[in-house]
Design a protein around this ligand. Structure first.
Ligand code: GDP
Ligand code: MG
Length: 177
């Protein structure tokens, strides 16, 4: 009945991880508030934003967590990962070291989260094509080997930002429904 439908609630925790300065905070602010900050200075602590989308006529909420700078100190705590059912693992396509770090971030995910979680490899800053340091193929290959979704985004010009989050949220929904 419609009463039962109204009673259904979906709230999924999604975490964003990756090296410092790859654009995690800006991906979230672009998705949640359509904002971009060219001089973002991260404060210490954990923050999240809740975003809703409609799937199969149902309201699905994602509580999306941002490290808020903890990753600089290699101190992303287990509380950050607790209960997460989705993850965006972000690197910067213009900085190879951030791509090399993806393996370490995946290890960290395996330590803290269920392997069935929805995971998306995100090559951010695709607007910086002229100084690209990691090819699309390399991103795709790594994602295929690790069993991740893959997308390139730009928090600066908005390319694929909404899509990146929505693919993850849809996959989580599919896993539970
Ligand atoms: P975080 O440390 O991973 O949270 O990264 P931030 O979101 O703080 O971004 C780090 C820097 O990269 C900031 O100067 C941003 O303005 C810049 N930045 C973030 N996303 C993009 C992007 O898609 N393109 C470009 N060109 N710069 C970006
Ligand atoms: Mg940040």
């Amino acid at each position: 009945s419609s009463e039962e439908d109204e009673g259904e609630e979906y709230l999924f925790k999604v975490v964003i991880i990756g090296d410092s300065a790859v654009g995690k905070s800006n991906l979230l602010s672009r998705y949640a508030r359509n904002e971009f900050n060219p001089h973002s200075k991260s404060t210490i602590g954990v923050e999240f934003q809740t975003q809703s989308m409609e799937i199969d006529g149902k309201e699905v909420k994602a509580q999306i967590w941002d490290t808020a700078g903890q990753e600089r100190f290699r101190a992303v705590t287990s509380a950050y990962y607790r209960g997460a059912v989705g993850a965006l693992i972000v690197y910067d396509i213009s900085r190879r070291t951030s791509f090399d770090s993806v393996a370490r971030w995946l290890e960290e995910l395996k330590t803290h989260c269920d392997t069935t979680m929805a995971r998306m490899l995100v090559g951010n800053k695709c607007d910086l094509e002229n100084i690209r340091d990691v090819s699309v193929e390399e991103g795709k290959n790594l994602a295929e080997v690790e069993g991740l979704f893959f997308i390139e985004t730009s928090a600066l010009d908005s390319t694929n930002v909404k899509k990146a989050f929505e693919i993850v949220i849809r996959e989580i929904y599919n896993n539970v429904s």
